[in-house]
Design a binder for this molecule. Structure first.
Ligand code: GLN
Length: 458
C-alpha cells in the first residue's frame, strides 16, 4: 500500500488516525532505544490530534490532505512545546514557543506531529554522529551511519516509525541521509518552502524539505509546505503546481522524450560499485524512453571549498545569538568539535582584512558554479547521477574533516545554485542502499517529483 492509498483509507475511515498513530508509537517503543531516531515524542498530544481527526471524519466534515498521517520533525525546526535542541547541549533546555510556518501548514492539513528527530549538532555534519544525544543507527544498514545531518528523519522513514518526516538541507542534509537509508528525500528550489522557524546553519543555502517512502508522500508534503510566506522574505511568490496530480499512473509515460544529463565528473568522483548501480538505473530509464545527454562540469573541485567557506561565515554569524543570555548555554563553552571549528574559522575569515581574500572570492566562485550548472540544465530536463559518492561508513570509524566533507561533493552544487534536487533509492551494494539524485532548473521541482514517480514504476 502506498502513502496516497493509505491516506484515502484514513479519510474513508477504514483505518483510523488513532490506530495509525498508536501503531507507530508501538514501533517507536520497540525500536527507538537501539536506533536512537527520535529525541522526544509526545503520545498524549498525538492521541488528542488523532482523535480530533477521527471525529471529524466520522461526522462527515472535511479534513486536510495529511489527515491522520504521522510526521516526524528534525530538531532544528520550531514546534511549540517540544525541545528544539538542534541536537546541541547549547539548546538542551530550549522549548519551542511557536510553530514554524511549515509546522502550521502541516497542522492545518491535519498531519499528526509525533516528535523530534536526531541530527548532527546544528545540522553541521553528514553522519548524525555529532549529535549531543548520541549517534543514530542506520535501520537499512545496521552498524553504519544513517547519513546526515537529518539522519533521524531519514531513519524514521526507513524504520517505519512514521509516515512522513521533514528535515533541512544546506549542503545535502536531506538527500544524503535519504540516500544512505534508502528512502526519498527532496530539497526544493531555494525559496519554495518557508524557512521561517528553522534554526539557521547557513541561511543562503538552507531549505526545509520532506522525506517519504514513495513519491506520493513527497508530493503530498510539497503540496502542504510549498508556497509564499509573507513572514519570510526569501520565499518566492509563484503559482505552486499540484504535485500530487503528477504521481498517478501517467507518470511513467512522462519519461518518454525527456532529456537527462549525465555529468561525467559526477561519476568519476564516485566509487565504482555506486557508479554501477547508477548506470543500471540510467539504462532502465533509457529503455523507458528517455534520451541521455553527456555533459561536462569543470568546476567540481571548486564546489566543496566554496560551499564550506560560505557555510563557515554564515554559520558564525548565526551562532552569535547563542551567547548564553537568551538561549541556554554559551555555544563555544558546550559545543562539539565540528561546530567549534566552524565558529573559529568563520570568525577568522569574517574579519575585514580577510574577507576580500576568502569570502568575496567564494561568492565569486559560487556565482560561477551557479552559471555553469544553469547552462548545463538549459539543454536537459534533469541532471541525474549518484547522490553521494561513497557508501556510509561503520559507526565508530574516525574520519578527518575533509573525509567527512567529501560525502557532500555531489549535493552542495544544488545549494550553491539554489536549484531543486532529490534522492531516490537506486539499488544496493552488499545490502547498503545507494541513492540516485535528480537535479533540475529553478522552480522545476514538479519535474523531479514526476521523474521519481516514474522511476519507482520501472
Ligand atoms: N554536510 C554539510 C555540512 O556539514 C551539509 C549539512 C546540511 O545540509 N545541513 O555543512
Amino acid at each position: 500500500m502506498n502513502l496516497l492509498e493509505k491516506s484515502d483509507l484514513i479519510k474513508n475511515h477504514e483505518i483510523t488516525a488513532l490506530e495509525n498513530m498508536e501503531g507507530y508509537f508501538k514501533e517507536i517503543e520497540k525500536k527507538n532505544s537501539s536506533l536512537n531516531i527520535f529525541l522526544e515524542t509526545d503520545i498524549d498530544k498525538a492521541r488528542e490530534s488523532a482523535e480530533q481527526v477521527d471525529n471529524r471524519i466520522k461526522n462527515g466534515e472535511k479534513v486536510g490532505k495529511l489527515a491522520g498521517l504521522v510526521i516526524g520533525v528534525k530538531s532544528n525546526i520550531n514546534v511549540e512545546d517540544f525541545h528544539i535542541t538542534a541536537a546541541s547541549k547549547t539548546l538542551e533546555n530550549y522549548q519551542g514557543s511557536y510553530n514554524a510556518t511549515v509546522i502550521n501548514r502541516i497542522i492545518e492539513e491535519d498531519g499528526i506531529i509525533i516528535g523530534m528527530t536526531n541530527m548532527d549538532e546544528f545540522a553541521a555534519g553528514s553522519s548524525t554522529e555529532t549529535s549531543y544525544f548520541g549517534f543514530t543507527n542506520n535501520p537499512a544498514a545496521l552498524g553504519r551511519i544513517p547519513g546526515g545531518s537529518s539522519g533521524g528523519s531519514a531513519a524514521a522513514i526507513a524504520a517505519q516509525l512514521c509516515d512522513l518526516s521533514i528535515g533541512s538541507d544546506t549542503g545535502g542534509s536531506i538527500r544524503n541521509p535519504a540516500s544512505h537509508c534508502g528512502v526519498l528525500g527532496f530539497k526544493p528550489t531555494y525559496g519554495v518552502v518557508s524557512r521561517q522557524g528553522l534554526l539557521d546553519l547557513a541561511m543562503s543555502f538552507d531549505q526545509i524539505g520532506p522525506f517519504a517512502a514513495d513519491a506520493g508522500g513527497i508530493a503530498l508534503m510539497l503540496d502542504t509546505m510549498a508556497g509564499f510566506d509573507e513572514r519570510e522574505c526569501t520565499t518566492i511568490n509563484w503559482e505552486v503546481p499540484q504535485f500530487q496530480s503528477l504521481v498517478g499512473e501517467d507518470a511513467l509515460k512522462s519519461l518518454k522524450g525527456m532529456r537527462l544529463g549525465i555529468v561525467k565528473q559526477f561519476l568519476e568522483v564516485s566509487d565504482d560499485p555506486i557508479v554501477n548501480i547508477i548506470q543500471e538505473s540510467i539504462d532502465k530509464m533509457e529503455e523507458a524512453g528517455v534520451e541521455i545527454v553527456e555533459l561536462s562540469f569543470d568546476y567540481i573541485d571548486l564546489c566543496l571549498p566554496t560551499y564550506y567557506l560560505i557555510n563557515y561565515v554564515e554559520f558564525f554569524s548565526a551562532t552569535r545569538k547563542y551567547d548564553g543570555r537568551k538561549y541556554g548555554h554559551r555555544i563555544e563553552e558546550v559545543c562539539g568539535e565540528e561546530v567549534l571549528r566552524r565558529i573559529h574559522i568563520g570568525s577568522y575569515i569574517s574579519q575585514k582584512e580577510y574577507s576580500g581574500k576568502y569570502y568575496k572570492k567564494a561568492l565569486q566562485a559560487r556565482s560561477l558554479i551557479r552559471k555553469e550548472i544553469t547552462r548545463l540544465l538549459k539543454d536537459v530536463d534533469s541532471i541525474v547521477g549518484p547522490t553521494v559518492p561513497k557508501l556510509p561508513h561503520k559507526l565508530g570509524t574516525t574520519l578527518e574533516p575533509m573525509e567527512m566533507y567529501a560525502y557532500d561533493t555531489l549535493t552542495v552544487i544544488a545549494n550553491l545554485a539554489g536549484i531543486p534536487a532529490a534522492s531516490i533509492k537506486a539499488g544496493e551494494v552488499n545490502g547498503i542502499p545507494v541513492g540516485l539524485q535528480f537535479q533540475a532548473k529553478p522552480l522545476e521541482d514538479a519535474k523531479i517529483v514526476q521523474m521519481m514517480a516514474a522511476f519507482e514504476g520501472l
